[in-house]
Ligand binder design. Structure first.
Ligand code: DC
Length: 224
């Protein structure tokens, strides 16, 4: 059976990972959350007090970063490991969210992450979500989806997710963080967030998960 590469890019908190995970399950493909890699690198830099305005320091410390995805046997979800430690939970923290766009804008960090992402796609049969997957990582992917949703809907979704972990969080804080990340992600010099010319746009503001999956599976069948 022919296997393809599916890329899902878009704004923060659009539900990219939910759709990507759903597609991967349906197709028995590998799902890769590329944002988790940038989050894990940010966590490493924060923990080791690395001054990321110093390109030299960034380059030399990246050599100490090992990133791997492992499947959680219980939840069947793939989880991010940083130097052998499961960091899937801690990388979703606000402390990391505050800094990840800055770190993800750094040239050496992108070169490091993109090289690993490309390797993961050599055998195809992969769904990868992020910001530059269809434009930079896999420019010749067979199916590219670009996701968007109303700002208020995105803030609400993200707030619910974070509130479950930390009831002290405010909706204003979540909104400010989303706006800041979207701004930095779409205005950075290297591989800014943008819709690839051959990507199909999906606005899922008022769609259920099932509707999105049906919509995307139709496109998959067209490309297979
Ligand atoms: O998808 P996410 O919110 O977990 O991504 C975290 C950050 O990483 C986001 O602010 C932008 C950055 N990112 C990126 O620059 N390129 C990617 N392919 C994926 C994420």
């Amino acid at each position: 059976m022919k296997k393809i590469i599916i890329t899902i890019d878009g704004w923060s908190s659009c539900g990219k990972s939910t759709l990507a995970r759903g597609l991967a399950k349906e197709l028995q493909y590998v799902y890769i959350d590329s944002g988790a890699m940038y989050r894990a690198i940010t966590l490493f830099f924060l923990r080791h007090h690395i001054d990321w305005s110093d390109t030299h320091a960034v380059e030399s410390h990246l050599a100490d970063v090992s990133l791997e995805f492992h499947q959680n046997a219980h939840s069947e979800k793939s989880e991010m490991y940083l130097n052998g430690e499961n960091v899937e939970y801690v990388i979703r923290d606000m402390v990391v969210a505050e800094k990840v766009s800055e770190v993800a804008a750094l040239g050496p960090v992108r070169t490091f992450a993109v090289a690993q992402q490309r390797k993961m796609g050599t055998r195809k049969g992969i769904v990868m979500d992020g910001r530059d997957i269809g434009t930079t990582v896999f420019p010749s992917a067979e199916l590219k989806i670009f996701m968007t949703a109303d700002n208020a809907v995105r803030v609400e979704r993200r707030f619910k997710e974070l509130y479950a972990k930390n009831p002290n969080i405010s909706i204003e804080e979540v909104k400010a963080n989303l706006e800041m990340r979207d701004y930095i992600d779409s205005h950075r010099e290297i591989s800014p967030l943008r819709q690839a010319e051959d990507a199909v746009l999906l606005d899922n503001s008022y769609m259920t998960m099932e509707e999105q999956l049906v919509w995307a599976m139709k496109l998959v069948h067209e490309r297979l």
